[in-house]
Design a protein around this ligand. Structure first.
Ligand code: HEM
Ligand SMILES: *[C@@H]1O[C@H](CO)[C@@H](O)[C@H](O)[C@H]1NC(C)=O
Ligand SMILES: *[C@@H]1O[C@H](CO)[C@@H](O)[C@H](O)[C@H]1NC(C)=O
Length: 330
């Protein structure tokens, strides 16, 4: 009898653990199956059209989802426009002018509202759009649990407080992700997103011109690569108040989400301090080496980690709201 009971308890424990895995924090795959069956297809189509016009927006959407999730959870707080009373995350210097792809979210939202009004949240639309961007730009496909609801608060200063800095070293990056419940490995795997998109010169010009008291140039940057970057980011241009040109984060395959990012790091061709520093720490360097060695394994982990990042501090059930316009609270 006792053993029957322990069997039952074990069984119930296992099923609830499995259920918790399948439904992170109340999210589930196919959440809109009955309430808005076309939701995911509409987002997919809208992202396809948008990326056909401008492939660079794949990077914009993936970064936008990351910047949403790290600040108050994935609640579409990054999509809210500033008001006379409150400057929002969107207008923090970490997001403005660099964050891009908002029109794709607006277009998907208005199409979805015309099919199924007041049903699909902006935070889910953004999460779907980032997923589709990874699928189109990298052939990385994953099922995405949904059921997020939208928050009503967005404060500019919280973006800088919660997002990691491009000037961070590996230890600081590990800490920044740990505060969000993500591991060292998660951090290195997600940094692979820097295999697409661009950076403004101001985000790394210090590595070219003013590294420290004894070295003008960061010795951890390949010299030929640095010389080339100086041409793209001439002195004086590379500040937020100057013209501040942009350059691809991954020169090899700038629109392809792949593991070339990690190969670049091994050649000292990481663009940001926060990229190249992954080679400076034995634990992060070993995840870099594995990602170079097995692209398929990196891609699978990237998808799984995006799903976990996408369930960070989400609002579900009766919390939050389903915004009618992603730029303003209801
Ligand atoms: C590890 C810490 C990270 C730091 C310090 C960081 C910082 C940055 C910076 C400074 C830029 C360039 C912005 C500019 O100057 O225009 C950038 C671009 C980008 N980041 Fe990150 N990032 C990090 C992690 C991530 C993660 C986790 C993702 C997504 C999963 C991501 C996705 C992107 C993408 C796709 C771009 C290119 C955006 C575009 O072309 O519009 N980053 N990041
Ligand atoms: C990383 O940065 C922190 C804070 O600036 C510093 O205390 C630490 O020594 C740095 N770590 C390494 C390995 O450089
Ligand atoms: C400048 O950076 C180099 C390379 O990281 C280092 O060896 C040197 O000690 C640093 N100099 C100063 C003054 O911090």
């Amino acid at each position: 009898m006792a053993s029957l009971w322990s069997c039952m308890v074990l069984f119930l424990t296992i099923t609830s653990v499995v259920a918790a895995e399948l439904k992170p924090k109340g999210l589930r795959v196919g959440y809109y199956r009955y309430t808005c069956p076309s939701a995911e297809a509409i987002v997919r189509k809208t992202v396809e059209t948008g990326l056909a016009r401008n492939p660079g927006l794949a990077a914009g959407l993936i970064r936008m989802h990351f910047h949403d999730c790290f600040v108050r959870g994935c609640d579409a707080s990054v999509l809210l426009d500033s008001t006379p009373k409150q400057t929002t995350e969107k207008d923090s210097f970490v997001n403005n002018p660099s964050l891009r792809g908002f029109e794709i979210i607006d277009r998907a939202k208005s199409l979805i509202e015309s099919h199924c009004p007041r049903t699909v949240s902006c935070s889910d639309i953004l999460a779907f759009a980032a997923r589709d961007a990874a699928s189109i730009s990298g052939g990385i496909h994953y099922q995405l649990p949904s059921g997020r609801r939208d928050g009503r608060i967005s404060i500019d200063a919280e973006a800088l407080q919660n997002l990691p800095s491009p000037f961070s070293n590996a230890t600081q990056l590990i800490q920044s992700f740990a505060r969000k419940g993500l591991s060292m490995q998660d951090m290195v795997i997600l940094s692979g997103a820097h295999s697409i998109g661009v950076s403004h010169c101001s985000s790394f010009a210090g590595r070219l011109y003013s590294f420290n008291a004894t070295h003008a140039q960061d010795p951890s940057m390949d010299r030929a690569f640095a010389a080339f970057m100086k041409l793209r980011c001439p002195p004086g241009s590379a500040s937020r108040t100057g013209p501040d040109p942009t350059v691809p984060l991954d020169y090899g395959t700038p629109n392809r989400l792949d593991n070339v990012y990690y190969k670049n790091l091994r050649k000292n061709r990481g663009l940001l301090t926060s990229d190249q520093t992954l080679m400076s720490h034995p634990s992060t360097a070993s995840v870099v080496a594995k990602s170079v060695g097995s692209p398929a394994d990196w891609a699978a982990k990237f998808g799984a980690t995006m799903v976990r990042m996408g369930s960070m501090d989400v609002l579900t059930g009766k919390k939050g709201e389903v915004r009618l316009n992603c730029r303003v609270v209801n």
